[in-house]
Design a protein around this ligand. Structure first.
Ligand code: ADP
Ligand code: MG
Length: 292
C-alpha cells in the first residue's frame, strides 16, 4: 500500500470512530483469519448483577450475603461489584474485614468478625481443599443459563452457591455476524467458567471457546491460535488483556476499557462496540485492496 492510501484509510477510520495508532495495523488487518475476543466487557457489558443465591443447610442467606459483600468491597473485580451492589440494595449492614487477600483468577478471602470467608470460582474452592459436589447440579444449571457460578466458604465449610449474569451488549450479535460475512472465525478467551462461556458462545455463534484461562494464560492462547490460523486480531478491554493485545498481529482495544489496554493496542474502538472490528477489517480490505 502507498503512504497516501494508508493516510486516507486511517482518516476514514477516524471518521467511523476507529483510531489507528499504527498505520501498519491497517495493512495487517486485511489478512486477519481469526478474531480472538475477551468476554467480560468486550462481548458483554462488563457489569454483572447477582441473579441467584442458594445457601447450604445451617447458613442464613442474609448473613452470608452481608459477609461476602464485606470481602468483595475490597476487590476491584466486576463480580465483586455485583455482590456489593446486591447487599447494599437489600439494605444489609456490611461488616468490616481484615487480612484481605486476592488470588487472581480464583477468588478473594478475608476475615470477618473472626471467621475466615472465601469467595470465588469452583476451582478456588477445590484449591482450598473443599468439596463442591453438593452444588454441582445447581452449578451446571446456572452455567447452562450463561450465568457465572460462585461459591462462598465460611471457616472452611461451603456456605452458599451464587450466580451473577452479565448482559451481552446489544451490538455484539451483529458484529459477530459481520465478521463471519468477511470469512473470519471468532474465538472467545475467558477466565470464566467453561459451561458459562460455552452457553454464551453458543448463543452468539462463536466458533471456538477457550475458558477457565488464568490471567497469564491469555498470551499463551493467543500464540497458539496465531500459529493455528496464521494471522490473528485480539480484542479486549482489561488490564489482563494488555499482554494478549501486544502478542496479537493486531491488538484492538475497546475505547471504554482500561488505560493500559488502550495504550497497548494498535487500534482503539472509540464507540466501545465490537462492530468497530468488522468495520476496521472491511476498511482495510477496501483501502489496501490486493496491492502489496
Ligand atoms: P474474567 O475477567 O474473564 O472473569 P478472571 O481471571 O478475572 O477472568 O476471573 C476468573 C474467575 O475467578 C471469575 O470468573 C470468578 O469466578 C473468579 N473470581 C475472580 N475474582 C473474583 C472475586 N473478586 N470474587 C469472586 N470470584 C472471583
Ligand atoms: Mg474484559
Amino acid at each position: 500500500a502507498t503512504p497516501t492510501s494508508i493516510m486516507v484509510g486511517t482518516g476514514r477510520g477516524a471518521e467511523m470512530g476507529v483510531l489507528f495508532r499504527k498505520g501498519e495495523a491497517l495493512q495487517l488487518l486485511r489478512d486477519a483469519k481469526v478474531v480472538a475476543v475477551d468476554k467480560t466487557g468486550t462481548l458483554t457489558e462488563g457489569h454483572p448483577a447477582l441473579t441467584d443465591i442458594a445457601v447450604a443447610k445451617g447458613f442464613d442467606r442474609d448473613d452470608v450475603l452481608a459477609r461476602m459483600a464485606a470481602v468483595e468491597a475490597k476487590s476491584e473485580h466486576p463480580v465483586a461489584r455485583a455482590i456489593v451492589d446486591a447487599a447494599r440494595k437489600e439494605g444489609l449492614a456490611i461488616p468490616s474485614v481484615s487480612d484481605f487477600a486476592s488470588d487472581t483468577g480464583y477468588g478473594v478471602r478475608a476475615t470477618v468478625n473472626g471467621d475466615r470467608i472465601e469467595v470465588g470460582a469452583d476451582r478456588y474452592m477445590i484449591k482450598l481443599g473443599l468439596d463442591v459436589d453438593e452444588f454441582s447440579d445447581t452449578a451446571a444449571r446456572l452455567g447452562n443459563e450463561g450465568k457465572t457460578p460462585l461459591y462462598v466458604a465460611i471457616d472452611g465449610r461451603l456456605a452458599a452457591i451464587l450466580a451473577v449474569a452479565d448482559p451481552i451488549k446489544p451490538s455484539t450479535p451483529a458484529a459477530i455476524a459481520a465478521l463471519h460475512d468477511l470469512g473470519i472465525k471468532v474465538a472467545m478467551i475467558t477466565g470464566d467458567n467453561r459451561r458459562t462461556a460455552e452457553a454464551i458462545a453458543a448463543k452468539l455463534g462463536i466458533d471456538e471457546v477457550v475458558a477457565e484461562v488464568l490471567p497469564e494464560g491469555k498470551v499463551e492462547t493467543v500464540r497458539r491460535l496465531k500459529a493455528e490460523y496464521g494471522s490473528l486480531a485480539y480484542v479486549g478491554d482489561g488490564i489482563n488483556d494488555a499482554p494478549a493485545l501486544a502478542e496479537a498481529d493486531v491488538g484492538l482495544a475497546i475505547g471504554t476499557g482500561t488505560d493500559i489496554a488502550i495504550e497497548t493496542a494498535d487500534v482503539v474502538l472509540m464507540s466501545g462496540s465490537l462492530q468497530g472490528v468488522p468495520n476496521a477489517i472491511a476498511l482495510s480490505k477496501a483501502t489496501i485492496g490486493n496491492i502489496r
